[in-house]
Design a protein around this ligand. Structure first.
Ligand code: GFB
Length: 309
């Protein structure tokens, strides 16, 4: 990618999009196209198409999506499938119609079957049913991948799809109802410490395992793949290391310096028992994650407390 190339980062205010902008700016990319929701409604095909026709971006990073944790996914399935299908349909079709050189579509590790062998290799895609708590979201992401592959096959469009693991970092959603577990626990332990609460409630049994990756690692992988990967086959992006929710909760508790007890609310769903990506494909291309979990927890805790102070 030429440093002066026009790059549209869709969803630049979110966790992923803002990390992509930080990384691209750090690497000297000067011509970024950024539109907030008021300036460009990605749910409106005519507006999106007109924007592409007028601006003619050369590269597109499609990070705009409706995302959320297990509770949001389990209760707002209609919004998750409708908004994600619509945004990706609008952006991918407009990118095709206006001759975008390369597009990167952000998928998710939840596209893999609930009972997938671990670690999950790219070849296990479409080998079984996804986890019920997030099937509508997974279905939209699966459709996005298939759409990029179909445009590649029929029109030779260079549309690639990457599958990140569970992400965290600056600009995450810290709302306790709709967030993922990472920001939720940072906030819960921090507020419990401030208010000297005797207990913190954590959802589920603590047994599920998750692979957490700092979003700055994801951004570095995406820019790396924009320069070096031109295949329609999906590619995983992760750390290759997972942790149980129980051990993760203990790590956050220790980082925050909270002295009370953890209470497990087993009325809440556990979701997928394990979600660990096989990252040998991207590692073999020469990219590895660099931020370990304890460093990432510290960094995110510092970011959150600075923001809320
Ligand atoms: O991060 P999370 O919401 O999503 O939950 P998933 C991960 C695990 O943490 C589950 C437990 O077993 C939760 O029950 N957990 C414990 C909590 N305490 C909490 C809490 O306070 N808040 C939350 N949110 N969880 C999502 C999918 O699944 O992962 C999406 O729904 C997407 O589609 C995303 O794929 C990456 O990892 O279970």
């Amino acid at each position: 990618m030429d440093r002066n190339a026009k790059i549209f980062v869709a969803g630049h205010r979110g966790l992923v999009g803002s990390a992509l902008v930080r990384k691209l700016e750090l690497d000297g990319y000067k011509n970024l196209l950024l539109k907030n929701r008021a300036e460009l409604d990605l749910l409106d095909f005519h507006k999106v198409h007109h924007f592409f026709e007028k601006e003619k971006p050369e590269y597109v990073l499609l990070a705009a999506a409706k995302v959320g944790g297990i509770f949001a996914n389990n209760t707002l399935g209609a919004d998750f499938i409708y908004e994600n299908l619509t945004i990706q349909n609008n952006v991918v079709k407009s990118a095709h119609d206006t001759g975008v050189s390369k597009l990167l579509f952000l998928g998710s590790s939840c596209i893999y079957p609930r009972n997938c062998p671990q670690p999950m290799k790219e070849e296990y895609f479409l080998s079984g049913k996804p986890e019920p708590t997030n099937t509508p979201y997974a279905a939209a992401k699966i459709a996005g991948i298939l759409m990029c592959q179909a445009f590649h096959k029929q029109y030779n469009d260079n549309f690639i799809s990457v599958m990140p693991t569970n992400l965290y970092g600056p600009n995450d959603n810290f709302d306790l109802k709709t967030s993922h577990v990472f920001p939720a626990l940072i906030r819960k332990f921090y507020e419990a410490k401030l208010n000297s609460e005797p207990t913190v409630t954590v959802w589920g049994t603590g047994a599920p395992k998750r692979e957490f990756m700092h979003v700055d690692d994801l951004a570095s992988a995406c820019v790396f793949l924009m320069k070096s990967y031109d295949s329609p086959e999906i590619i995983n992006i992760g750390t290759g290391v997972d942790v149980s929710i129980k051990d993760f909760a203990e790590m956050v508790k220790e980082t925050v310096g909270y002295n009370g007890e953890i209470v497990w609310d087993t009325s809440k769903p556990d979701g997928t028992p394990q979600k660990l990506l096989d990252v040998s494909k991207i590692n073999a291309l020469g990219w590895n994650a660099s931020i370990d979990l304890s460093t990432g927890i510290k960094k995110t805790y510092e970011w959150y407390t600075a923001k809320t102070r």
